[in-house]
Design a protein around this ligand. Sequence first.
Ligand SMILES: Nc1ncnc2c1ncn2[C@@H]1O[C@H](COP(=O)(O)OP(=O)(O)OP(=O)(O)O)[C@@H](O)[C@H]1O
Ligand SMILES: [Mg+2]
Length: 357
Amino acid sequence: MILAVCLNPAVDVTYVVDAVRPGASHKVSTVHRRPGGKGVNVARVLAQLGEPVTLCGFAGGATGRWLRSALADSALADSALAGSALADSALAGSARAGSAPADSATVDSATAGSARAVSAPAGSGVIDRLTEVEADTRQTVTVVDDADASVFNEPGPTLTDRDWARFTETYDELLKDCEVAVMSGSVPPGAPADAYAFLVRRAQHHKIATVVDAADAQLQSAIDAGPTILAPNRAEIGLPGAGPAELLAAASRLSRRTGGTVVISAGSDGLVASDGLRSWTARPPRHVTGNPTGAGDALTAALARGLARHLPRPTALADALALAAAAVAAPVAGQIDEPLYRELTASSTVQEVAPCP
Ligand SMILES: Nc1ncnc2c1ncn2[C@@H]1O[C@H](COP(=O)(O)OP(=O)(O)OP(=O)(O)O)[C@@H](O)[C@H]1O
Ligand SMILES: [Mg+2]
């Protein structure tokens, strides 16, 4: 089993409008809601691949109940694949849009439903072991018009010390049964400043491999603890426009600090990776047009699956490239285009390059 950690899941709300005009009142033509947050996206991709996956983190309030019922409701999970033509085309035309649409009619019926019991096999295929908290799970709001998408991210529920203690008990228990722990995304207010270092060290204590996709202070915290694989994008390490040579040097420097493998993703330019001894570069097997939001989450999911299967690094990286490209072709984050994934795995390769001095 792969354990996906999402400390700050979200209900992703998308408003579709004709045109965004700052300061004006807008008529929203369509509202979409779907479970979101990077760790949720990772878990959903793994579930779509048929990989046993358990989700832990926090969920609270009405939004948390909705998130859990949506994860547990197959009808909603299936309808989310469809989206709406209007919103899909708007999202496809906008760079880096937030997570996109589910079918609104089905979403409404799921909103009315109550949360399923913890541990119930989920309709999405994700086993729910989220820790219930009093404060509301956050929403993200993406406002989409024909030209662009604007994303508003709430900070998330303020956790109490008791919330964190209850979560860590669950996390420790789940670590005993998993092969890999993969953790992604932001942390809610009230979580420890070194949350990711703590999570990595607990996993190390249980001899469980880890994959971390984090930013800012939590990225630094994870580096200190030394995850098996660290997978930031190039902007998250402060090199938004860097090319392969600069990124390779950064990956190799970082891997010396973590003692593990570092994979730096670079959008449609592909990725670089280093384990300190060997280094690789890779370009996507094909440039895919679509919604790139969540491509990094698919990449992270594939890296976790590669660890669970003990794949050699180059094999896992090639698989991750195909899966990430197939995520771009799917209209919403947390999903992949399966036929495209199967097609691209045949042509996905990585090149080993000389290590950086
Ligand atoms: N247009 C594309 N066509 C094919 N593959 C792509 C494309 N865009 C991204 N990818 C693949 O997806 C991987 C991850 O993309 P990116 O670097 O944008 O991740 P990210 O910024 O972490 O994304 P997110 O945080 O939204 O999940 C890249 O390394 C690349 O292999
Ligand atoms: Mg990312």
